[in-house]
Design a protein around this ligand. Structure first.
Ligand code: ADP
Ligand code: LRH
Length: 453
């Protein structure tokens, strides 16, 4: 038996999970959550920041609770980073991607490099959160010696070794997904110093050691690990990595950098083993989380029960950037319904129903677009992440898409993290297909078949 600690920092919570891999006839992987902690952003002096020291403390507490392990792997959300000075200390708290600082610089960046060129070079969908815009807005970057993406920062603090993991580097919109190298052209035009980034490293490379235990680079972008953790047994699958965001799309061998793909706002993120995640960021369960914060109703179960008893009434565009910043989400949802002449939800149950119907509708459009733009066929949809627990959303998704939805594992990200470590450590071998087979045979999954209307 070999054991691996997966550190997985999501936008709503961080967790440390231990994956136990058994060999021989009972070959399988079992995951135990040893520590979970809230991820609560803080606004200081008008800027929304990550509470990075609290998160790091959570990581250390989790690793202590995990006990002896054979290796460690780290993944977090994409696009965000910390800046270090010459002495190696953080210059400031890492800024949250939902902070409004990029708004004024987007047009300035596009004046230096038109959106068509930026997309042709990097294949990343336009989102105001992209690192390229954050860096253009970040005056402190000029004083920095080094930039570490969020998982690389945690890894650096654990090991003392600095590197830039490839899958997460691709979320910056500064990397060429065809070559897996930085785009010198984009950096030059926007005025970003690529020397800030320590050398690139691939998933599976050793990143250093922590207390004598190897720390492996994994798919350190959480979505990269989540897609490794999709228990697909066919090539014709779509995935929805369903958490704070919904990442909806296909795994491809090559990027699709066409104008049609740019216009449809599809991203080409670099995945594990040279794969490409061809997907669209859909606003996700953030829409509901932010309503729950406004209503002060943490009990999701109650809201889902109420929503399940209601009919479909109003649909909003779950890709609309107006929903990106924190703030009064029910008011924004109500305004979007009113503007489009639809019934305005009144009760929390009605808002919940509107959010879930809107997500299912966005999933259908996204999967149709992904199949069309890539020329691929989709036979089944895998839903992984916390949203796999949302039975109503899984059912609505199956019905909207007219395809079977296979829900689970909830902790696909941690599983993908563990499997890539295990392979790097020599405890497993083979490509993504054989890693996924292991999951398909050992994880509890729920199938939702589409019902005709
Ligand atoms: P992230 O990694 O972005 O922090 P998660 O994958 O942990 O997100 O998913 C969090 C979301 O999962 C919550 O916002 C919630 O909507 C959903 N979720 C978690 N548990 C349940 C549950 N028991 N029933 C329904 N939804 C759930
Ligand atoms: C999901 C995620 C997503 C990014 C966003 C910033 O956690 O990593 O893939 O686009 O966060």
């Amino acid at each position: 038996m070999t054991t691996f600690a997966a550190v997985d920092l999501g936008a709503s919570s961080g967790r440390v999970m231990v994956g136990e891999l058994s060999a021989g006839l009972s070959r399988g992987v079992a995951l135990t959550e040893v520590h979970r902690f809230d991820n609560r952003p803080v606004r200081t002096d008008g800027t929304l920041c990550w509470d990075i020291l609290a998160l790091y403390q959570g990581v250390l507490d989790g690793l202590r609770k995990a006990g002896p392990v054979d290796a460690i792997g780290i993944d977090t959300w994409g696009v965000d980073y910390g800046l270090l000075g010459a002495d190696g200390a953080l210059l400031s708290n890492p800024v949250h991607y939902r902070d409004a600082r990029t708004e004024p610089v987007i047009d300035e960046v596009f004046a230096k490099i038109p959106p068509e060129k930026l997309y042709a070079e990097t294949g990343i969908q336009f989102l105001p959160i992209n690192t390229v815009f954050q860096l253009a807005a970040d005056t402190r970057a000029r004083r920095a010696e080094r930039l570490l993406m969020m998982p690389d920062l945690i890894s650096y603090w654990l090991t003392g070794v600095a590197g830039t993991e490839l899958t997460n580097a691709s979320t910056t919109a500064l990397l060429d997904p065809r070559t897996g190298r930085w785009s010198a052209e984009v950096a030059r035009r926007v005025g970003i110093d690529l020397d800030l980034f320590p050398p690139l490293r691939k998933p599976g490379e050793e990143a250093g050691t922590h207390a004598g235990v190897p720390v492996y680079a994994v798919g350190s972008h959480d979505t990269a690990s989540a897609v490794v953790g999709v228990p697909a047994t066919t090539e014709n699958f779509a995935y929805i990595s369903s958490g704070t965001w919904s990442l909806v799309g296909l795994e491809l061998p090559e990027p699709v950098l066409s104008e049609a793909s740019r216009e449809a706002n599809f991203t080409n993120e670099v995945g594990v083993d040279g794969t490409i995640r061809f997907l669209r960021n859909v606003m996700g369960l953030w829409l509901l989380q932010e309503c729950q914060r406004a209503w002060e109703i943490p009990d999701t179960r109650r809201l889902l029960d109420e929503a399940a008893a209601l009919p479909r009434r109003a649909i909003i565009d779950a890709g609309d950037p107006r929903f990106l910043p924190p703030g009064d989400m029910p008011a924004r949802l109500a305004a979007a319904c009113a503007e489009t002449g639809q019934p305005v939800p009144g009760t929390p149950g009605e808002f919940t129903r509107c959010v879930l119907d809107s997500l299912a509708d966005a999933y259908r459009r996204t999967i149709d677009d992904a199949a069309r733009l890539s020329g691929r066929r989709v036979e089944e949809i895998h839903v992984v992440g916390g949203g796999a627990r949302n039975e109503l959303l899984c059912r609505l998704t199956a019905d909207a898409c007219g395809l079977p939805v296979i829900a689970g594992p909830v902790e696909a990200t941690a599983l993908g993290n563990v499997l890539v470590q295990a392979r790097a450590h020599g405890a497993l071998s083979g490509g993504l297909g054989s890693l996924r087979d292991l999951l398909a045979h050992t994880q509890r999954l729920t199938v939702y078949r589409p019902q005709s209307p």
